[in-house]
Design a protein around this ligand. Structure first.
Ligand SMILES: NC(=O)c1ccc[n+]([C@@H]2O[C@H](COP(=O)([O-])OP(=O)(O)OC[C@H]3O[C@@H](n4cnc5c(N)ncnc54)[C@H](O)[C@@H]3O)[C@@H](O)[C@H]2O)c1
Length: 360
């Protein structure tokens, strides 16, 4: 293991399945043997991962204080504890038998993190340190953490690999990088099997049978759901920040990943987690889409003309953010199944129409 740019970067790993305390790997449909704690399981991504873990036959406890999550996103077949991650030690007791923690709970608005930094440090970093303390005290062997592309800041290389320079341009990214660093130390000093997954822009919805889980942030800061709000008549127009970037159409390029593909990576990451190592993987499609390309697809999918206003560039917005997910593909065997914008916008719109518009 080595420290690169302040964060431990993955060397080649032996593909192995972690079988701890007689438990089966989390990615296998192996009955109720694996007991997992999901923090933030009432939120967008945590609720989808919870659903997939339950569908794979695992036992899930959701720890979520519902500060930004939604009660209706809680899985009925998971146990919900309404508490903060700061109090995780009350649930992660040594005899509770947890085999792993998936840690999604956080505040996620980069803009807000610049005006309320203390809130972000307290929630994202201090809260995560309390959770890591509880994991250690309870002897929980593995932990998967929701990190973010925001740890890289303005990229110095494209596509962005895990070894790229980490230089967050907002407090949100800094609070997440701090947790990545803490997990590295924890793995080295105390043998935790840790995995950080650095997501790029997450989109889409999980729609299967009666289950519909999608994005409902308030206020919404992500491009696709904002565009859908315009299409639904809830906003007058969509603002695009800058159209003079050095890209094909002058608007920013971002890498989008479908929430179902992202969720599947978590099950693979649990299996790949290795005691004493902190593995770090970028998760994106490796394919960038400009903001205008997103607008065009939203127009196609919704049939709405979607009025757009070009506003000045926002400070700190890089022209292009595209992930290299080669490591996740090679080491986890992860293959996105819904890589197109049509997949993501189509599912997000289906969720929005049936579960946001109709229920409000
Ligand atoms: N959505 C994205 O595009 C994206 C991109 C990169 C990284 N991430 C990361 O993924 C994770 C999940 O994001 P999301 O979009 O699902 O967010 P979300 O806001 O939908 O979900 C976060 C959940 O965490 C809960 N929570 C927050 N603070 C808590 C605390 N102190 N104690 C207990 N529960 C708490 C909230 O109530 C909410 O249910 C976050 O860690 C975020 O940083 C998200």
């Amino acid at each position: 293991m080595e420290w690169v740019g302040g964060v431990l970067d993955s060397g080649p790993i032996r593909r192995r399945r972690v079988i701890t305390k007689g438990h089966v790997p989390a990615g296998q449909a192996g009955g109720n043997d694996v007991k997992l704690l999901v923090t933030g399981g009432a939120g967008f991504i945590g609720s989808v991962v919870t659903r997939m873990l339950l569908d794979a036959g695992h036992q899930v406890v959701v720890l979520d204080d519902l500060r930004t999550g939604h009660r209706e996103a809680l899985a009925p077949d998971a146990t919900h504890v309404e508490a903060s991650i700061h109090d995780a030690a009350q649930i992660l007791t040594p005899d509770a038998g947890f085999d792993g923690v998936l840690h999604f709970a956080a505040l996620i608005a980069a803009g807000e993190s610049m005006v309320k930094p203390e809130l972000y440090w307290q929630t994202n970093t201090v809260g995560s340190l309390a959770l890591i303390d509880a994991v250690r005290a309870a002897g929980v062997p593995r932990m998967v953490f929701s990190s973010t592309a925001a740890v890289y800041g303005n990229p110095t290389e494209l596509p962005i690999t895990e070894t790229a320079v980490k230089a967050p341009t907002n407090t949100y990214g800094a609070t997440k990088l701090a947790v990545d660093l803490a997990l590295t130390s924890e793995a080295i000093a105390h043998g935790l099997a840790a995995v950080s997954l650095r997501y790029f822009n997450v989109a889409g919805a999980h729609l299967t049978g009666d289950i519909a889980l999608g994005e409902r942030h308030d206020p919404e800061t992500h491009l696709i759901p904002i565009a859908l709000e315009v299409a639904a008549g809830r906003r007058e127009k969509l603002q695009l920040f800058g159209d003079d970037y050095p890209t094909v159409d002058g608007t920013c390029v971002r890498d989008y990943i479908h929430v179902a593909d992202l969720a599947r990576a978590h099950l693979l990451a649990l299996d790949a987690a290795t005691p004493g190592q902190h593995r770090i993987y970028n998760l994106g499609n490796g394919n960038g889409f400009t903001n205008r390309q997103v607008v065009d697809v939203v127009r196609e999918v919704t049939g709405h003309q979607l009025p757009v206003e070009v506003a000045p560039r926002r400070e700190g917005d890089p022209a292009e953010l595209v992930a290299s997910s080669a490591l996740a593909r090679d080491e986890l065997g992860w293959v996105p199944q819904k890589p197109t914008l049509h997949d993501m916008v189509g599912d997000a719109w289906a969720f929005y129409r049936t579960h946001v518009l109709e229920q409000s």
